[in-house]
Structure formats: structure tokens, C-alpha cells
Design a protein around this ligand. Structure first.
Ligand SMILES: Nc1ncnc2c1ncn2[C@@H]1O[C@H](COP(=O)(O)OP(=O)(O)O)[C@@H](O)[C@H]1O
Ligand SMILES: [Mg+2]
Length: 357
């Protein structure tokens, strides 16, 4: 470990990945090194620790300044990509697939898209498909209304692949400094690569939108710069990228071949029953009359509404000193949530196909 300490924090660059390691080995080693460093920093007081794990350079040379983020990088107020990448830390996925309720068809679409992205080296390089498609799909875009399970799905996918997850929002990449966005985006992809992580980028429509005709030249320039960085990053990235958008936005056609779109529908009645069922933990004291099928009769609610309703109902039961959560408590909570919405958006878009997964 080379200590790159500044006064306020401890930073290490570890060139711990053997040059010949393949992606999977490298990811494993990286995860272990990061885990070990986190454990170490936990035992050694409150000072924040930042860690960059890089591949050993071929021939055993020392890593270049910019790669390792050593002092020899750019100006102190102009951090290198590797230094910027430290703001993005991979975490263990929070959810597994068995928590996710989607129509069979959507689930199938999702898993196929992920498979194609994961196997693109075989398909497009080994099997020559790059001849007919030079820009193969390298990201899966989850589209759907807020609260329909997109974030949950991103975690579940990382869990399924046995990888950690780096989650970021497009708005987080912007900065008060002009032109920082593309560098932060590059750093985000760098961080995902270094940590062997699935990259989850929320609010991704902001990065992929088609040309605006009406905005000012400066803003137009910034949007274009982000979009080109996004295209470059997608083309060069090997790992899985999961994007999420609330809108079916107007994407630049350059993303057509690069992004697989999977539409997350609002849950129908069968799906709502499944979601209610998964949101009633074993330890929750439930009255006999609680029935997920009955609760599913309340329509125009998302999975997120259901989660809130269960928590609200449980809190209310505890507050009023009742022994158990009854069906009526859950129904009252979900109706409160529906009534408390700031505005009604009309019926939510439903799946073309029925049936919950
Ligand atoms: N399709 C779904 N299946 C199961 N639970 C869901 C689903 N959609 C939403 N939820 C519940 O609502 C929570 C918030 O959903 P989230 O994934 O953040 O939605 P989004 O990212 O689409 O806004 C989830 O953690 C889960 O508890
Ligand atoms: Mg989300």
C-alpha cells in the first residue's frame, strides 16, 4: 500500500490485482481488498479511508500517477478521474430477486437483456456479431413510473450476478463547476470497473435525451458533452450497466443499439397481491383477517405505496397500543397514502400482458 495521505483523510492506492487476472478474479480480489480495508478503517478510528484498487501494471512498473491518483496528478483543485472515482463506493446489494414481483414476460425480458449484455464479448467479438453491429447493447434501461421496482431490480440483478453495486443519480454528477459532469460520469464508470461492480445509474434520461432545440447554447453544449461521454463510456465498459428512468423519454437515436429497454408496468391486481405478501414479514404481528388478495383490491397503488402502507399501519398499531395489525389497519393506511398524494396523475400505465411473476 502506498500512503497517499493528505492531512484530513487517509487514502491508499493498492496495486493488488495481478496483471494476468481475468475479470472475475479481478473483481473478487478487489472486493476482498475493499472489504479488508473497510474492516481495517473501522478499527482505526473515525478518519475516512479512501481506497483505490488498480491492476498491477505489466512488467512490474509502478502505476502511472493518474491511474493511482498519486500526488503527481493534475492541479490539486482538478482531481484525476481515479480520484473522482473514490466518491463512488460499491455496496452489497440490498435485495434479492425473490422480492421482485413483475409479470412473467417483463421478468423474462429483463433476464434476457442482462444475459445479452453480460455475454456481449462472446456474441459480438468471439462470434463476430460486431461486423453487423459495431455498438452492441451494453446497458439495460428500466423504464417505469416511480415506485414500480426499478431500484429494487437493480439490486436484485447485482445480487444474482454476485457483484457489488455502485448506485448514482445523474443529478449527482452535475457540479457547480462548468464541464465537470462528463468527468464525473467517466469517474463513475472507472469506479465500477475498479470495484467489479454493477453500475446503477438512476435518472438516466438526463444523460440520453435527444437534442433540445430550444435551450441556450451553453446548456446545449453541456447536454451534448454528457451524451457523448455516456456513449463513449458505454462502448468501452465491460460490466453490466443498469439505467433507470421514470419516463419513456425521447432518447437520442445513438442509444438505439446500445441500450435494451425493459418497461416496468404498474402492478395489476395479481402483482399487487404478490407485493403485499412480500411486504408482511414473519415477525410482524398480524391479525387472522389479513389477506394479501383482499388488499390487492385497492387499485392505483405502486409497490412503494404498499411498502409505505405496511410501515404506516404497523406504526399506527404500535402507537395506539393494539396487539396486532388488522386488515382494516392496512386498508386505512393505503387509503391515507392514496389520499395524501400531492396530485392525481390519472390511471397509471398498465402492463400489456397480465399476470404476476
Ligand atoms: N415490482 C415490485 N415488486 C416488489 N416490491 C416492489 C415493486 N415495486 C416497488 N416495490 C417496493 O417498493 C420499494 C420502492 O421501489 P423502488 O424499487 O425504489 O421503485 P423505483 O426505483 O421504480 O422508483 C421497493 O423497495 C419495494 O419494497
Ligand atoms: Mg428508484
Amino acid at each position: 500500500m502506498r500512503n497517499l495521505a493528505r492531512t484530513s483523510r487517509i487514502a491508499f492506492a493498492v496495486t493488488g490485482i495481478p496483471g494476468g487476472a481475468d475479470d472475475v478474479e479481478a473483481a473478487l480480489l478487489r472486493t476482498r481488498l475493499i472489504e479488508a480495508a473497510k474492516e481495517f478503517s473501522g478499527r482505526n478510528g473515525p478518519r475516512p479511508l479512501t481506497l483505490t484498487v488498480t491492476n498491477q501494471p505489466p512488467g512490474g512498473e509502478r502505476p502511472s500517477g493518474s491511474e493511482a491518483g498519486s500526488g503527481a496528478g493534475p492541479e490539486p483543485d482538478e482531481p484525476s478521474i481515479a480520484e473522482r472515482a473514490r466518491q463512488f463506493t460499491a455496496t452489497r446489494p440490498l435485495y434479492t430477486f425473490d422480492r421482485l414481483v413483475l409479470p412473467e414476460r417483463t421478468l423474462d425480458q429483463l433476464l434476457r437483456a442482462v444475459h445479452t449484455v453480460e455475454q456481449r464479448r462472446v456474441l459480438f467479438d468471439d462470434w463476430g456479431l460486431r461486423e453487423i453491429q459495431p455498438h452492441p447493447g451494453s446497458a439495460v434501461n428500466l423504464e417505469g413510473a416511480p415506485g414500480t421496482g426499478k431500484t429494487l431490480a437493480a439490486h436484485a440483478l447485482a445480487d444474482r450476478l454476485g457483484r457489488p453495486l455502485i448506485a448514482a443519480r445523474a443529478s449527482q454528477l452535475e457540479s457547480k463547476y462548468h464541464g465537470e459532469g462528463p468527468k464525473n460520469l467517466a469517474a463513475l464508470f472507472h469506479a465500477a470497473r475498479e470495484q467489479g461492480a454493477v453500475l446503477f445509474l438512476d435518472e438516466a434520461d438526463a444523460l440520453m435525451s435527444a437534442r433540445f432545440e430550444t435551450i441556450s447554447q451553453g446548456a446545449e453544449h453541456a447536454v451534448n458533452a454528457m451524451r457523448s461521454e455516456m456513449l463513449t463510456a458505454l462502448d468501452h465498459h465491460e460490466g453490466l450497466v443498469v439505467l433507470a428512468t421514470n419516463l419513456v423519454a425521447c432518447y437520442d437515436t445513438a442509444f438505439d443499439s446500445r441500450v435494451w429497454h425493459v418497461r416496468f408496468p404498474a402492478p395489476d391486481e395479481a402483482a399487487r397481491a404478490g407485493i403485499w405478501r412480500r411486504h408482511l414479514p414473519d415477525a410482524l404481528p398480524l391479525a387472522e383477517d389479513v389477506s394479501p388478495e383482499g388488499l390487492a383490491g385497492v387499485d392505483e397503488v405502486t409497490g412503494r405505496d404498499i411498502r409505505r402502507a405496511v410501515i404506516d399501519a404497523a406504526a399506527e398499531v404500535l402507537r395506539t397500543g393494539q396487539p396486532r395489525v388488522r386488515q382494516a389497519d392496512l386498508l386505512a393506511a393505503v387509503e391515507r397514502i392514496k389520499a395524501g398524494r400531492p396530485y392525481r396523475t390519472g390511471p397509471m400505465p398498465m402492463a400489456a400482458s397480465g399476470g404476476a411473476g
